[in-house]
Design a protein around this ligand. Sequence first.
Ligand code: ASP
Ligand code: MG
Length: 425
Amino acid sequence: MLRVFKFGGAVLKDARGMENMASIVAGYSQQPLVVVVSAIGKTTNALENLLRLARRKQPEMLRKAFLDLKTTHSLLIRGLNLQNEDLLLHQVDKQFENLWTVLHKLPKNEFFAYDRVISFGELFSACIATFWLNEKDLPVKLVNAGQIIVTDENFTQANVNWPYTVKAVETRVQPCLEAGKIVLTQGFIASGNKGHVTTLGREGSDFSAAILGFALHADEVCIWKDVPGLMNSNPRVFKEAVKLDHVSYNEAVELAFYGASVIHPKTVQPLRNSNIPLKVCAFYSPETSPTLIDNHAENDAAIPKIIFKENQTLLSISSRDLAFMEEGKLKTVFNTLSKHKLHVNLMQNSAVSFSVCFDENPEKLQPVLDSLKDEFVLKYNNGLQLLTIRHDNGKLLQKFTRGKQILLKQQNRTTLQVLMRKSGK
Ligand code: ASP
Ligand code: MG
């Protein structure tokens, strides 16, 4: 039985998490195993912040934020009580030195620079996790993701080159597994066709696990989470949230697409193609049964799913001369959104106006406004909430929209979406 495990940043953020990861890995180490790790804790956000500070030329704040991130990592390492602590601290220090150099020599292309900087989170975590598991006497071998996951050069959202990736996995991972090693690699990062580091999109480590699962014909891919499994809603916003025991690949893709943050939307596709089960497992109670995602759809409509996406922007675009928003104009709009990599969560078209909703991102919004403003009248609102309900039981919409102002509503047979303003805004 060949498995691919993915451990996310939320579960690897402290010594307790690392300890728990080691015991889970040890429990499955008798059979072929690949482990994918993402950056620890909130490292990726911290790296985005470093990049921002470096671009804005704020050296003091940059130095402070850099040292904070470094301290987070050294504290984690010290908390592990390793025999060879100094050696690992030294290795991670070297990586931090490299990061410092990159921050001071940022490549001109902004997306290229982003991937260079942001990829460090997984380089740190994979180095620490490998060292840690080796000290636990587990035969773990680090294989760099850059050597096995090959993409195009669409920085920040790179697309996988499947034939090259499959070949690289066959030549670099398979032999290690055959030699009885556990292979550990970085999630989220990859290598473009000219050898530059690329990333697969935020939260992309799940996708990395799925890519490896596909390339290795794995028997299952397991994502270890700090929640009991895939839930029908976020327990923090809906107290009656329940765990889903079983959903189909399709349902899981829809949920991920609408913003259920448990799995990355692209994760399911490679697994569905080869019918590899995906499990969402409870990291802190590994004995409980996971959520199983496979090609059986019989349970999909049984439980309604409620997903909130916060911090949405609604941009309304109408033509200056009140002419129809016909296809030519829409083409201009979409080309602009795509050029600035602004991903649309919801859209609606009327005769003279076109509305799009996306995650708030001032840095991407501004250039979009700049390039559309001559041709169109633009209005936008921030701070909105997008609610998606799948398989509504007729009672939920009212419950969740009470006291809120609805700006946009859309419905099809399975899915109901409303974009709303929270009360008091
Ligand atoms: N570390 C990356 C992120 O936070 C990828 C991941 O965690 O899946 O987006
Ligand atoms: Mg993460």
